[in-house]
Design a protein. Structure first.
Length: 243
């Protein structure tokens, strides 16, 4: 009755319900026996409205406290998800480490190639072509990832081991060869490996964690990715200035 009366009073105040009123055009007036009942109903409605106004601050306080408790529970739930991710899938830390190292390499790659060519005896105009060759091979690497996604399974070993080996071979070539042709081969191997690594990070997440920990894994990976991307260019620039 309290809820019904409160809802009725609210609609009445908003003007959505108009009470029936007696007029002088032939409608029957209330009989004397109905008048006390009508007065009693009005009093009960006014009492219900007064009780509703008194309970409203209490209800609002309960709602606000329940919302604050929900926020606390949500923050605790996020922390528990992160802890359970590390406990349930400890090898996800390896994925974060590999992904972060890739982001460092990616942010340093554009700074690395041109100074590398110049330090090995190439002119600035010729050394710029190393970045061009690396970019073209990176495009081929992304096409290769699309083909590998449709035609075979992508796993952690092939997704990370092979690209890192290609980058290592490319860097090793720069130690023994100084000619532009061999440096272009090294740049193409590195660009291909960097492009493949960029696609592998997101593709291998479902193979490493369950559906419950998928969201927190994505958050962890991309947080580490942002940190290492910002750190890579700064660290490589400082290292180049020191050398």
């Amino acid at each position: 009755m309290l809820i019904f009366s409160s809802a009725y009073c609210t609609l009445l105040l908003l003007g959505l319900i108009t009470p029936s009123q007696n007029n002088c055009d032939g409608e029957d007036e209330q009989s004397p026996s109905e008048i006390p009942q009508a007065i009693c109903n009005k009093k009960s409605k006014s009492n219900d409205a007064q009780e509703h106004e008194e309970l409203l601050p209490v209800l609002e306080g309960k709602v606000s406290s329940s919302k604050s408790e929900e926020r606390v529970y949500a923050s605790k739930d996020k922390a528990n998800r992160f802890i359970s991710l590390i406990i349930s899938h400890p090898y996800v830390l390896v994925l974060v480490l590999l992904s972060s190292s890739y982001d460092y390499v990616l942010s340093s790659w554009s700074i690395f190639l041109v100074p590398l060519g110049e330090s090995l005896g190439l002119t600035s105009e010729t050394a710029v072509w190393l970045s061009t060759v690396s970019g073209l091979s990176g495009f081929v690497g992304r096409l290769f990832c699309i083909a590998m996604y449709f035609w075979s399974d992508i796993n952690l070993q092939t997704g990370f081991t092979i690209p890192y080996l290609l980058i290592a071979c490319g860097c090793l070539l720069t130690v023994f060869f100084k000619r532009f042709l061999w440096l272009a081969v090294a740049a193409s191997l590195g660009g291909f490996g960097v492009a493949v690594l960029g696609n592998m990070t997101s593709t291998v997440i479902p193979a490493c964690v369950c559906d419950k920990h998928f969201q927190v894994t994505v958050i962890l990976l991309y947080t580490a990715s942002g940190i290492m991307t910002q750190f890579g260019g700064i660290a490589t620039g400082k290292l180049y200035n020191l050398i």
